[in-house]
Structure formats: C-alpha cells, structure tokens
Design a protein around this ligand. Structure first.
Ligand code: G4P
Length: 530
C-alpha cells in the first residue's frame, strides 16, 4: 500500500467536452502530438484511423454523422501520464456523457470563439458545476473572426453561472490575430501559423516593456487596444485563485487555435500545473484515498460490440485507488462474487492492448459476460464497500415494446435486459403483470432506434415500438403506500421497475401536482435508486 504513490500522483484524468464542431477532436489530436507513447482507446471521432474500425451498430452513428461512443486516450507528457475521456457531443447521448464526467477529475471545455456558449455546452457545463468538477476553458478558432473577448467571457459567466479568469488574452482574431498576452509573465506570445500536424511553430515572446519590439510585431492599433484591455481586465476580472478553480467555482480561460496549433502547448502546461492528481472518491464507508487504499474501481460505462471482430461487451471502469495487476482477484460487490477480471485492456481503434498493470486515475476496459451494471464497485476480496451511485436521468420518452416473434422470448428478454444494464435505456413493467409487457423509457428518442437496431442485429429479435404519451416519471418514496388505493388523474399510469419498485407516469406537470394533492403524505422523486 502506498508504494504506487509516484505512479498515481503523476496521473491526470480529464474529460473533454464541447458542442459539436467547436474543435474537440482537433485539440485532442494536437495534445497527442506532444505526447510520447500514444494509446488510442476507442477512437478519436471521425478521423481516418478509426472511422472504419467501429462496429456495425455504429452504422447509425455513421449515417447520422454523430459520435455515439466515449473513448479513452492515454499519453505521456513531461513526466505526467494523462488520460483523456472523450465525450459524445450529440444531445441524445447526453446521459453517456454525464457518466463519463463522473469518471473524470476535471473537464476541458472547448468553445468556438465565433459562437460562444452553445446549447450542448450549456447542459454539460451545468453538470460539471453541479458536481463541482473543475473546468478549464479553451476558446478555440482564434484564427477566424471571433466575438468580442469580453462578450465571450460574459457569455460564460451568465450562461453557466461560473466566474472566469483569463490566463491569457487574445490580440485580434481572424486575419488580424497576432497572438496572446500572458498575464502572469506580462508578455506577448506572437502567433505563427504552422502546418497541420506539426508541433507549435516559431513563436516570439515579447515582454510588455519592450515597446518597440512589440510595436513592430503587432502594430499600433493592436498595441493600443491591448493596453486598454489589460487595464480593464486587471480591474474587472476575477482574481486567479487555485482553490476556487479546484472547487469548480472559477474557470481559467485560454485562447488559441487548435487547427494551426497555437496556444495548445501553453494550455497543456498551465493545465497540468492547475489540475489535481486523482481525487479521493465517496463511498458508503467514507472517502477512499487513491494512494492509501488498495485496488478499487467503479463501472461508468458499458458498451456492446466495440469491434466487429470481437462480438462482446466491454465494461469501462475508472480505477479509484491502488494498482491493478493482471490476474489479480477482485470482488464485484454488487454481484457478491470474487473473480478475476478477464484480460483487462485498453481498447484500441483496431487493436486491443492487454494491460499488465494500471493505477488509480486510469480507465480500463474489461470483458463483460453480462454481469456488470453501470455504477458497480470492484474492490479487494477482503473488502466490501460501494462507491456513490451514478444518478440515472429521468427518461422523457416512453414506448411499449411489442415482440413480433413470440418464439424468441428468451433472446428478447436477455437482449433488452443487457441493453438496459448498459444504461442506454430503462425498462419497466406493467404494474400488475410480469415481463410480458415491457415499457421502455429513454432520455433521447434516438435511443429507440438504437434499441430496435441492436435487438435485430445482435439478438435476432424483431420488435415494434408503440409510443406512449407520457413525459414525466416519478418514483414513489413511501414504501408503505397502498398502490391500489392511490388516486391520481385519469391519465396517470402505474408501472414498476425491474426491482419491483413502483413508479408513476404522467403526461404533464399538472397531473403530478394533482396526484400529490389528492394523496396525503405521498412523496414522489425524480430519481431512481441505484
Ligand atoms: P469536434 O470534435 O468538436 O466536433 O470538432 P473538430 O475538431 O472535428 O473540428 C470541427 C471543424 O473545425 C473541422 O473542420 C476542424 O478542422 C475545424 N477547426 C478545429 N479547430 C480549428 C481552429 O482552431 N481554427 C479553424 N479555423 N478551424 C478549426 P472541418 O472542415 O469540419 O473538418 P476537416 O475536414 O478539417 O477535418
């Protein structure tokens, strides 16, 4: 115990989030340029190496041009071992993204300088703020005409309710982009366009005092504007405060251009100084220390069919403490079993690398014969604790599932149960019957298509979905309530989840209010229990 401290302390694990097209992929690729050994887990979305390697149900992804998988990348830089968790950008898959955020210690947020905060970013950012995940902002595409810098910062503060602290400040944008001013060293780093795919080009660093040199590089107009802006900024912006940054209450802001590779390494260096080593995690026996405790992990994502050549299911887990060694025995707490994780691996775009060791902060993928669920804990056989559950989001769309060939009942139940374990859908039953009638709930309607496609292609079962009009779901907190005597509105529907816990479906908020009013003492909750 504790002797893996150096390995753990050099780890940094962050999620990268953005609205589609803001430049997340490009920025990630530039990070990798600075890294040594590159392990590509999953894929960097849509780029040449990975595009063809994904499995067949990803056809949906290809057809619709969206990214449905979260992937993991690991690279080394300046003595650090960095894990990047990529997140899908499309809002129908936001639940997956939320879970990925649970596995990260901080988030890097990419914003398009000509667009500001966009819808998807807003949602994700809110989750970070709610969970107090430190957020590092990279305002990208400064080589294109950008919004006013103060407006961009205002936008972040207003839309997301978090203070901003610019670490550097752009000088112009688009054709007039001259570089950034570094506030700490009070010097200007000049912009130079570089070829795609190369490291940062020749930049010149000019201290503010060297006026003549500065003028010759950026010109009168830009110099005057910069002087004014620095004055405004020093007077008006939030002070740099590392504690606030780490508490997720202040976001440091950087400017750059991922495409032309300007400001990326500067960002990376500052980021590594500000971010933390893997953080302790909450469990039902208190905080678990990454360094002091032996191996433990939790499952944050399950994905079937990562690769056509391996028709299997992978459980992704974040190691929260200690070291994992191959063929080590671990306890799957929710399953109540001691087991060996079979062939833990980092999933590569088209190959898989078997791991012999991994440390707190790392993400491993483990072959899953259908036993893991999202949120499950793994620890040493002699221990027994559970990590804080991952909240499930209330589904907003519901449909009744009709199975077309009743002879395939077994495959159907297996398929739909496994897909539910992966967290892509939630399944419910009619209140008074069993598995004959299944109701499925999803957060985004695209999941209905994914369900249908996967049942057909992986389990050989055809289904028909009949949409139901409900939009709100509530769990009943009171254990002692008599469901038969519950008086709701005429459009209310009683169902139960797979554990047998009762739930109510409603068409609108008004019906929820009426039902609470009519049944004294009834307590309804928006969240299920893990
Ligand atoms: P995403 O992962 O966030 O969805 O964005 P991605 O990196 O794929 O970038 C979206 C588009 O924006 C790409 O152009 C990319 O080249 C461009 N881009 C990214 N960073 C910058 C930047 O700093 N400056 C400028 N000017 N453009 C940037 P594309 O034409 O859609 O794709 P591609 O053909 O270049 O690959």
């Amino acid at each position: 115990m504790g002797n893996h401290a150096d390995e753990i302390n050099r780890r940094r694990t962050f999620a990268i989030i953005s609205h589609p097209d803001a430049g997340k992929t490009t920025l990630t690729e530039k990070f990798l340029l600075y890294g040594g050994a590159i392990n590509l887990a999953g894929s960097v979305k849509g780029k040449a190496t990975a595009r063809h390697a994904v499995s067949d149900w990803m056809e949906i992804e290809k057809e619709r041009g969206i990214s449905v998988t979260s992937s993991v990348l690991q690279f080394q830089y300046d003595g650090f071992c960095i894990n990047i968790l990529d997140t899908p950008g499309h809002q129908d898959f936001s639940e997956d993204t939320y879970r990925t955020l649970m596995a990260a210690d901080s988030a890097v947020m990419v914003i398009d300088a000509s667009k500001g905060v966009e819808a998807q970013t807003r949602k994700l950012f809110k989750v970070c703020v709610m969970r107090k995940i430190p957020i590092f902002t990279f305002i990208n595409k400064m080589d294109r005409d950008a919004n006013d810098t103060f407006e961009l910062l205002d936008d972040i503060e207003k839309e997301l309710g978090i203070a901003t602290c610019p670490i550097n400040w752009p000088i112009g944008s688009g054709k007039g982009f001259k570089g950034v001013y570094d506030r700490e060293t009070r010097s200007v780093i000049t912009y130079s366009d570089t070829e795609k795919g190369t490291k940062e080009g020749q930049t010149t660093i000019i201290p503010l005092e060297e006026e003549d040199k500065l003028l010759s590089y950026i010109g009168d107009e830009a110099k005057d504007k910069l002087t004014d802006e620095i004055e405004l900024l020093d007077g008006a912006s939030a002070e740099y405060d590392l504690d606030n940054i780490r508490a997720g209450e202040l976001t440091p802001v950087f400017f750059g251009s991922a495409l032309t590779n300007f400001g990326v390494e500067i960002f990376l260096q500052h980021f590594l100084k500000m971010t933390t080593t893997p953080l302790p995690r909450k469990s039902d026996v208190g905080l678990v220390s990454p360094v002091e405790n032996e191996f433990s992990a939790f499952v944050f994502k399950i994905q079937a069919n990562m690769n056509k050549a391996h028709r299997d299911r992978i459980a992704f887990m974040r190691i929260c403490s200690g070291k994992y060694e191959s063929s080590m025995e671990v306890k799957h707490v929710q399953g109540g079993k001691v087991m060996r994780l079979s062939q833990p691996q980092q999933i590569m775009a088209d190959e898989r690398k078997i791991l012999t060791e991994a440390y707190a902060g790392d993400i491993i993928g483990v072959f899953d014969p259908g036993i893991f669920s999202i949120g499950d804990t793994l620890c040493m056989p002699k221990e027994e604790f559970r990590y804080e559950g991952i909240p499930t989001f209330a589904p907003e769309h519901f449909a009744r599932v009709r199975q077309l060939d009743t002879m395939k009942r077994k495959q159907f139940v297996k398929g739909i149960t496994q897909i539910a374990q992966e967290g892509a859908i939630q399944i419910f039953q009619e209140f008074n019957t069993g598995m004959e009638e299944i109701i499925v709930g999803v957060v985004g309607v695209l999941q209905f298509d994914v369900l249908k496609y996967r049942l057909e292609n992986e389990y050989n079962v055809e289904i028909r979905l009949e949409n139901l009009p409900y939009e709100h779901i509530r769990w009943i907190e009171n254990k002692d309530i008599d469901l038969d005597r519950l008086t709701g509105t005429s459009d209310m529907k009683k169902i139960k989840d797979l554990k047998g816990d009762p739930l109510l479906l409603f068409i609108n908020q008004w019906s929820i209010g009426m039902t609470v009013e009519r049944n004294e003492g009834l307590i309804l909750s928006e969240f299920g229990r893990n």
